[in-house]
Design a protein around this ligand. Sequence first.
Ligand SMILES: [Zn+2]
Length: 176
Amino acid sequence: MHKKIIKSLLLVIPLFLISTQAFAYILYSGGYNSYVIKFQNSNLNSYYSSALADAVSSWNGTATKAAISEDSTSANLVYGGNWATTWYGQYSGSSHNSSGQATQFDIRINAERIFQDVVNGITIVYTPRSTFTHEFGHALHLDDLSSGSAVMNTNRTRETIYNPLYDDINGVNAYW
Ligand SMILES: [Zn+2]
C-alpha cells in the first residue's frame, strides 16, 4: 500500500517539473537567420501600420538582442489581406540555410479573421498588435504554444496579451 503511494508520487513529481519547463517556450528552427531583422511594410493601412510599429517597439524594448526595423528595400515583407481561414497572422520563412534558418520571410495579417472578431462583438484594439508581436516571435525562433501567459500562446486573449512576456523573452535569450 505505502509502496504504491510512494511510487506514484515519484512518478508525478518529475513529470510535473518537466511539463512546467516545456511549456514556458518552445524554440523554432525556421526563424530568421539574425536577430537584426529588417522588413518592408508592403501594403498596410495606417491602422495596421501603427499596430506593426507598436509590436516592433515592444520587441526592441525587451532585454533581448532583438533589433527590428523597417527598411523599404528589405526582401522581408509584412502585408495584409483577406483570407477565408481561422488564422490571424502567419510567418512564412524561405530560402533556408544549412542550419534551417530562413534567410527571407513574409508576415501576413488576416483582416478577414480580425473582422470576424468585430462581428462577434470582440474589441480589436490590441489584436493586430498582438498578432504582429506573435509573428515576429516566430522570426525570432519561438514556436507556438497552446497555453500559458505568453504572446506565443495561440489561445491567448489578444486584447490583454500583446507584448512579449517573461517566457517569450526567455525563449529568445535561449536561442540568441
Ligand atoms: Zn504562430
